[in-house]
Write a protein that binds this ligand. Structure first.
Ligand code: ADP
Ligand code: MG
Length: 474
């Protein structure tokens, strides 16, 4: 067998192991798109489609890939993660290849070109005689499955949505998606509609907000046209009603909704509902409707995690072709935790500003631009928070902040945390020492000096410390 052939086989086994280790979701987001390149003098090249993925894989998975791969093939000594179409050996420091903001990311072919999407409404939604166009709200072309970043908080909702879109027969009815504002409910519903349309344009899909449903219904009442209104809905294949909490307390609309809903479910048509609460928590909703809504699959979307926020930012930056240094993405993912809409808004502001002034995006410029946004979350920092952030950042256990371990891998982060505690809080050296496993104040003093000194000699280290300081301070 050819060398490449056996490398591919080894890679397949390594990927299998990685998948078991990291789980399906992380595997799909990060590891599945990787391919194996050449093995040259002990250095194995792993190819990734985008720059962002390269950085992420380097920090999160490269060591593990190397360990597993050298288990398969002792000839593998080091692993280099390379952007697929980069012709040059990709070891130039990122600072050098991050010039103007507007330059498209050439070295990063996007895995799912957005342009492939057919945006024209399919006939099923514009047939005028049956007035479906009046019924269905327009779909956002960006809200596709391809553009949806999957992570722990939304993997169930995503899987359920995909299932509904792909299934031949109705898998569960209704699909009830719920979660806080800005977490992707509407995005998933549109994605389902796009996917169904693409696969089978003859299926009739109606998407509308509960408010619009209500409005249509009231209008039909006024024009004494409720029969036609009912027929409209009862002849669709897939009905999606977004933000159904809006019809809480509106009794006649609820009643109508309930009948429509039952009729569709009885005919085995797919119904998809979203709300900001679970069915049982929907106040002002009739009991029989509440319980009916919970009959199918109820999938909740949890608040985002840091990892998911970073993934979304990376995808979004790649998609708009903006060069945003990974540090800035990390900074945003740490600071803007409310919801994805705000996160996207912040990224857009930074990119727009950089384009306007014609300068590259930096941590400083990002912080400037988002000044008002960040001030809202500004407050006093505690030593515990510092320890937590620093431990997260360096990927060590929080307990090691106060443990007796002296290995460099934990001692250095601990020193950084002590340093930041000195800088960012009013605590005295002995107080800080006590919080770090009852260490002496001279240990803290030593840490402060050591970190100062390293910042002067090691720019990468200095940048890390600076990033942490900014994240903690806002
Ligand atoms: P909701 O309907 O839950 O209030 P939306 O679906 O409108 O939230 O999402 C708000 C914004 O965040 C949209 O621009 C959407 O594309 C984006 N978004 C939310 N979740 C994700 C995700 N997992 N991946 C990519 N974009 C997301
Ligand atoms: Mg919504």
């Amino acid at each position: 067998m050819s060398v490449q052939g056996s490398l591919d086989q080894q890679w397949a086994r390594v990927r299998g192991r990685l998948k078991d280790e990291v789980g399906e979701t992380a595997y799909r987001s990060w590891l599945k798109p990787l391919t194996v390149g050449s093995l040259d003098g002990g250095q194995l090249r792993i190819l990734v489609p985008t720059r962002f993925m390269r950085d992420w894989i380097r920090t999160h998975y490269a060591d593990r890939i190397r360990a597993l791969f050298s288990g398969e093939n002792p000839g593998v000594q080091t692993v280099e993660i390379v952007v697929a179409s980069a012709a040059r050996p990709d070891n130039t420091p990122p600072a050098n290849d991050m010039p103007a903001v507007t330059t498209p990311v050439q070295a990063a072919p996007k895995p799912e070109p957005v342009t492939e999407l057919v945006i024209e409404p399919s006939p099923s939604l514009v047939v005028v005689e049956d007035r479906t166009d009046e019924m269905s709200a327009p779909l956002d072309p960006r809200f596709t499955f391809e553009n949806f970043v999957v992570g722990k908080p939304n993997e169930l909702a995503f899987a359920a949505a995909r299932r509904v879109a792909d299934a031949q027969a109705v898998p569960f009815n209704p699909l009830f998606l719920y979660g806080g504002v800005g977490l992707g409910k509407t995005h998933l519903m549109h994605a389902i509609a796009w996917a169904i349309r693409k696969k089978d344009p003859s299926r009739r899909v109606i998407y509308l907000s509960a408010e619009k449903f209500m409005y249509q219904f009231i209008r039909a009442l006024r024009f004494k046209d409720t029969m036609a209104f009912k027929e409209q809905f009862r002849s669709v294949d897939v009905l999606m009603i977004d933000d159904v909490q809006f019809i809480s307390g509106k009794d006649s609309t609820q009643e109508e909704f309930f009948h429509t809903f039952n009729a569709l479910v009885d005919q085995n048509r797919q119904v998809i509902i979203s709300a900001d609460k679970s069915p049982s928590d929907l106040e002002g909703m009739e009991e029989r409707l509440r319980s009916r809504l919970g009959w199918g699959l109820v999938a909740d979307i949890h608040p985002t995690t840091y990892e998911l926020r970073l993934g979304i930012l990376g995808q979004k930056a790649d998609r708009i072709g903006a060069k945003v240094p990974p540090k800035v993405l990390e900074f945003l993912a740490h600071k803007i935790t409310s919801n994805v809409r705000e996160l996207e808004g912040a990224l857009n502001r930074i990119v727009a500003h950089a384009e306007l002034v014609g300068r590259a995006i930096t941590l400083e410029s990002a912080q400037d631009v988002l000044h008002d946004l960040l001030r809202a979350s500004n407050r006093r920092v505690t030593i515990e928070e510092i320890q937590k952030k620093v431990a997260e950042h360096f990927n060590i256990r929080l307990a090691d902040m106060s443990s007796a371990r002296r290995a460099r891998a934990v001692a250095r982060p601990r020193q950084v945390a002590m340093y930041l505690a000195k800088q960012l809080t009013q605590r005295s050296l002995p107080e800080i020492g006590r919080k770090f496993g009852d260490r002496d104040h001279t240990t803290v003093m030593h840490a402060v000096r050591k970190v100062d000194e390293l910042c002067g000699t090691d720019p990468a280290f200095a940048e890390d410390v600076e990033l942490l300081r900014r994240m903690l301070e806002g």
